[in-house]
Design a protein around this ligand. Sequence first.
Ligand code: ZN
Length: 330
Amino acid sequence: MRGAGLSAHVRSSNVTVCREMSVTGETMADDGILEPWGSGLARINRATGERLAVVGAAMQLRDLPCPACGSGSFHPLVVRNDFPIVRCDSCGSLYARPRPLEEQLASLYERFPQLSNGREGQANDDPQDGRWEAEYRLRRLLEFVKAGRLLDVGCGRGDFLTVAQRHFEVQGVDLVPRLRPEARTHHVFRGRLEDAGYPNAYFDVVTAVEVFEHMFDPRRTIREIHRVLKSRGILLFQTGDADSLRARLNLRTWTYLQPPVHLNVFSRKALEQLAAAAGFLPLTSWSFGRAPRKIPLLANLWHADALRPVLDILASRRVIGAMHVWRSEI
Ligand SMILES: [Zn+2]
């Protein structure tokens, strides 16, 4: 079956369509990222019921092929936030089809910057988590590279820039930076990486944590990362995993699928193809560092170094999502 069930949304392939986002009620998130509100979406603080942001009621959408591999063949799976989520028949990635135009996404984040971070503004948002995750990420990165020029793509509140500056000369890029006071002295480009104009082979390290799932054209962004990295430079990234146990168990309740914020969830096969096509060699995969401190049992498990090897094995076996390290080979 190819594309069945989408005709209500898309009149023909490869054309821009406009429609009201009449939300169907399929939105739900344990941490309440997006919920229906009026004719659009609202981000709700589930603890207080406070409405934090309302997403625009109408978005221009385009029917585009797989953002991971370019294949046009797919199976519809679920509808989330009124966006059909499909699985690519070629690489197994999950993606929203149709998807908002790139300028629509930019204006979404411009208007509602807190949407770019799943926990920001939520009851379980704790600044300590951001710092702990940044320290964990730095510790793992230092296993591969000890110094040099580092670029954090999607630097958000700047937690990683702040800890990484102890070892690296740091810069950031973000569509809508929301730097904490202690991070405001860092050099951060506001906009897309592709528009920052960094020189060729300029950085020793690029990090992109929880970024590719948001991107309109992640393949283009990975090519740009490769361009600005030195030969044998390191790319560290973390993103959702279409092969994880959680994704395989029940997509209907997997809160990571949050279009139009999270649009792409790559399979491991897609990541291997992406690495080869862009000139990277995958070096290793580790478990995530992410666990809200305000969920004690989960946080204790995730933060316990003794359990880290077990978590890493689970990540490498595709049970849980992974943080990946690739090296530029060209
Ligand atoms: Zn694909």
